[in-house]
Design a protein around this ligand. Structure first.
Ligand SMILES: [Mg+2]
Length: 964
């Protein structure tokens, strides 16, 4: 019989309850189901970036020039996007938490009452029945077959028997029996909430993108003070010196110029672009049932090289599944039945009856699919299952036999584990594989009334079959983990459950282990622990503290660790991991600290998260080179012009338009492109190794130009126009260089920016607004020469950058290392493709040269022809440049470059033909250009070359870039 403790108490009296409420000893602790509003605001608003921008904004506001403070928009938009997205995630989590709010049942003043869990007070007498969630930590006082599922707290998959004196922890669930318990700890003191409190400490998800950008911002913020003093000094000097500026009020303009030059140093757009890319990623993931709790977490999973998984509730769904029936042969003398060889009686029918019986527990119910009821039978005698007895027995009308199902050791004692019986060997062998076993046995006599009354095990039992059960593994777990293995991600399973059971589940998802490591034998020291973690993959009996230590030990070995779990016992590890992932079925505290929540509990979404993260990282790396190039040249320009006491060569609006068309707008498109490049650490180093040299080229080129322009005696407007033209052309060049390898989409973006700049420089209204004037012939020739030198230098920088990345084993953008592994094209095809590339380069450069000559010829022509000459010249030059840019893709065999080069060559041939036809004298240059272009088009589409294209294109376009 079960221990039945008759408690004299009738619970707390009304007065005692009131007294405890007054003393604050209530369970009214609402753990934040998600991040607090303050955390979200702190992470998104109070940043170094916003601090710098606000300081600049404040100064402009003080001097009454708020119209110039539009850059603050970027900071504002950034804070809004981040906060709104994260508040939305918080709201989603809060809604989920509300759905699972349970009730508590207490005995007060002799009467049972159902109250909200928060109203439970210390010393309250809880009434526990199957299905209840324990609202507060309590000591069991009375129990009748009380079984509690503690898997959410400990990871133990089997329900635990609770006898008087045992502890029932808040958050655990009563699965069988009933009982009463006295509350010992409430609210924040309770077991589950202690972890919630620890896990609530504020911490930001680790994000390489964000920390790298923050590092740049820190450098800029250090430099900004001295550099702005330097620039301010130069601006005052240019405006007439300190003696006069404060009397004439010219100091205001000096301040505005200074702020314009220093805000150009801050990569405002990069911070904003990163936020937008994260937010777009999070929105896409939400559609796939993945809740992103913190925006930069989008990036996290793509960087992970070690994934730790909890077992119970994470790899398994927490339900028991029937595995197999292992029939036993009749052992001589073991029973009274002489039909040896046959399986006696209708044992399947007995199993079907157990499965269908109304009081079937989860284990019996799992038999329903395998053993459907074929003919309904009535029980003549029935002893129901009890968790203390661990067996149940039934005999049917019209048969003289009894079927008993239960735990082998409770029914057969030592024979159930003895190697000398078939039953013992079968049960031991099956248990070693981590499966739970039950035995079905038969007795030749029906249950008597006395048997039922005494709950007595029938005599002469013959074991008929051993039934095995296992935990139900999530159907997509094995496939998803295989994906991670292929991506070179290490897998560790850390569970609170029995190591043998954990190993069995691990085998089921394709991890080949003989046995799990018992975490009670894990070493204390971090280095030793890390060593053990390198050698073993499956761990059982891991405590919540140890789960956290496993994560930190792996991190100490340089791993980026993801932790996936559901229970309170996973919360600390999930918090500590670089990226914590929770199952939606998990505890609210766990979901709150996780960075990602799998809303439908499906692992198969994780590859989507990786893909999304890779896209964000690779694209932000690409656009960061654009933005950081600007930071580099703006910083250097501010220093050079400050030291040399030169007037800044741009109006703020001229800078904004070139920035917008060569950086901001294209970056927006480039940052959201599909990109499956695999993650490589060291994004900032790669970005800066291009951005700094490119920035130096631009800053030095502009300084050189300023001296030349001053030497020529250009007016301030002419000087600024020339500087703007240089910056626009070089900017678009940098954009084209960074967009390689080009595809249809990128050509469209770069092409549109080209056209945009052309319009800015030719439309009368925009020329007036942006104060663009004719620079004059001499300056035009000078700036053309300087631009060509700068562009060549940018190409050299890119060449060295690519070499650097190739030797560092981390190529970026183009699939450079794939070249050797490519399917060799036919020799003719390769020679022909190379020849076409060389010809295309030559034609491109020639066309550019012709375009520039046409452009400069405007100074010889009549006034009314000038505009036409400018447009035609610029167009030819730009087409030439684009041809050169595309020729760079030609050698890689991109079909797109062939198509576009054909189009451009066609236009070139047409333009040359028009020139030949319209000029009075025979133009040999134009004739040669037209003929050359036509020849190239034919070459590009004839078989040897065309074949080369197809073959190369097939291997280079389908390989993901940076797969090295
Ligand atoms: Mg769990």
């Amino acid at each position: 019989m079960d221990t039945t403790h008759t408690e004299a108490s009738s619970g707390l009296s009304t007065a005692e309850v009131a007294e405890r409420i007054a003393a604050g000893k209530t369970n009214a602790f609402t753990p934040d189901s998600s991040r607090s509003a303050w955390n979200i605001v702190r992470a998104n608003v109070f940043t170094l970036f916003n601090g710098i921008v606000f300081a600049c904004f404040f100064v402009l506001f003080l001097v009454g020039r708020w119209q110039d403070a539009l850059f603050g928009f970027a900071a504002f938009a950034n804070a809004i996007i981040g906060s709104v997205q994260e508040f939305r995630a918080k709201a989603a989590l809060d809604r989920l938490a509300l759905l699972s709010a349970p009730h508590a049942r207490v005995l007060r003043a002799g009467a049972e009452a159902e109250i909200a869990p928060g109203e439970v007070v210390l010393d309250d007498l809880l009434v526990l029945r199957a299905g209840d969630q324990v609202p507060a930590d309590a000591e069991v006082i009375g129990a009748r077959g009380l079984q509690i599922d503690e898997s959410m707290l400990t990871g133990e998959s089997d329900p635990v028997d609770k006898h008087p004196g045992a502890e029932a922890l808040s958050g655990s669930v009563v699965v069988a029996g009933e009982g009463s318990a006295r509350v010992t700890r409430v609210g924040a003191d309770s077991y589950a909430n202690r972890f919630a409190g620890e896990a609530k400490r504020f911490s930001l998800v680790s994000s390489e993108l964000r920390s790298s950008i923050n590092r740049v911002l820190k450098w800029v913020s250090w430099g900004i003070g001295p550099i702005s003093l330097l620039v301010f000094n130069a601006q005052v000097m240019v405006a007439g010196g300190y003696a006069t500026v404060f009397t004439t009020g010219a100091w205001v303009q000096a301040v505005v110029n200074t702020i314009a030059s220093v805000t150009a140093m801050i990569p405002l757009g990069l911070v904003l672009m990163t936020s937008i890319a994260f937010a777009v990623g999070a929105t896409k993931l939400a559609r796939r049932q993945v809740l992103v709790n913190e925006l930069p977490a989008v990036e996290g999973l793509a960087r992970v090289d070690m994934i730790c998984l909890d077992k119970t509730g994470t790899l398994t769904v927490g339900e028991i599944a029937f595995d197999e029936a292992h029939p036993l042969t009749q052992e001589p003398g073991a029973g009274s039945d002489d039909r040896s060889g046959d399986w006696p009686g209708d044992w399947q029918g007995a199993l079907a009856w157990y499965a269908a019986s109304p009081d079937a527990n989860a284990t019996a119910r799992s038999l329903r699919a395998a053993y459907p009821v074929e003919s309904a039978r009535d029980a003549a005698g029935y002893i129901p299952f009890s968790s203390a007895r661990k067996w149940s027995a039934v005999s049917f009308d019209g048969t003289a036999e009894t079927w008993v199902m239960g735990a082998p050791e409770m029914m057969f004692g030592d024979a159930a584990s003895s190697a000398s019986t078939e039953l013992g060997r079968t049960v031991t062998g099956l248990a070693e594989t981590g499966r739970r076993t039950l035995v079905l046995a038969r007795s030749g006599a029906p249950l008597s009334e006395a048997d039922v009354q005494a709950e007595r095990l029938p005599a002469d039992l013959t074991p008929t079959a051993v039934l095995t059960f296992r935990e139900q593994v999530r159907p997509d777990a094995a496939q998803t983990l295989e994906y991670f293995r292929q991506q070179g991600v290490g897998i560790r399973i850390i569970s609170g459950d029995n190591p043998r059971t954990v190993a069995a589940i691990a085998r089921e998802i394709g991890i080949d282990v003989a046995e799990g490591f018992d975490a009670r034998a894990l070493p204390e020291g971090e280095a030793e622990l890390a060593e053990v973690l390198e050698q073993h993959t499956v761990f059982g009996r891991v405590t919540p503290e140890q789960k956290k230590r496993v994560v930190t030990a792996l991190q100490s070995r340089g791993h980026t660790v993801a932790m996936t779990g559901d229970g309170v016992n996973d919360a600390l590890a999930i918090k500590t991991a670089d990226i914590g992932i929770a199952m939606n079925s998990g505890s609210p505290a766990t979901k709150a600290v996780a960075r990602l929540v799998l809303l439908d509990g499906q692992f198969s979404h994780l590859p989507d998260v990786v893909a999304e993260g890779r896209q964000v990282i690779a694209n932000i790396e690409r656009v960061s080179m654009l933005f950081l190039t600007k930071t580099a040249y703006a910083t250097l320009l501010a220093i050079l012009f400050g030291v040399l006491v030169l007037e800044f060569p741009f109006l703020p609006r001229q800078l904004s338009i070139t920035d917008g068309l060569t950086i901001g707008i294209p970056a927006f498109f480039l940052a959201l492109m599909p990109n499956a490049a695999r993650y490589m650490p060291g994004f900032l180093r790669r970005s800066l190794s291009f951005a700094i040299p490119a920035g130096i080229v631009i800053a030095l080129g502009l300084t050189w130009y300023t001296f030349v322009a001053q030497g020529i005696g250009a007016s301030a407007d002419q000087l600024r126009t020339g500087a703007t033209i240089i910056l626009a052309i070089v900017g678009i060049w940098v954009l084209a260089v960074l967009s390689r390898p080009l595809n249809r989409y990128k050509v469209l973006v770069v092409g549109a920016m080209f056209v945009g700049l052309l319009l800015v420089f030719t439309l009368p209204a925009s020329r007036a607004f942006f104060a663009l004037v004719d620079p004059g012939e001499e300056l035009a020739i000078a700036l053309t020469g300087i631009t060509i030198v700068m562009i060549s230098c940018i190409e050299v920088v890119r060449l060295f950058h690519r070499r650097l990345l190739a030797t560092a084993g981390a190529p970026s953008g183009a699939p450079a290392p794939a070249r050797a592994a490519r399917t060799p094209a036919s020799i003719t095809g390769r020679i022909a493709t190379t020849a076409v590339a060389v010809l295309a380069y030559t034609t491109g450069f020639l066309s550019t040269g012709i375009g520039i000559l046409v452009l400069l010829s405007r100074y010889e022509g009549e006034a009314d022809e000038r505009l036409a000459l400018s447009i035609v010249g610029a167009a030819i030059a730009l087409f030439g440049l684009l041809t050169v840019a595309l020729a760079a893709g030609l050698r890689r065999g991109s079909g797109l470059s062939r198509l576009l080069i054909s189009v451009f060559l066609g236009i070139l041939a047409l333009l040359s033909a028009v020139v030949v036809a319209s000029s009075d004298q025979w133009d040999w240059g134009a004739t040669a250009t037209a003929a050359g272009a036509a020849l190239l088009i034919v070459l590009l589409w004839t078989p040897p070359v065309a074949r080369g294209f197809r073959q190369i294109r097939h291997s280079s376009m389908t390989d993901p870039p940076r797969a090295g």
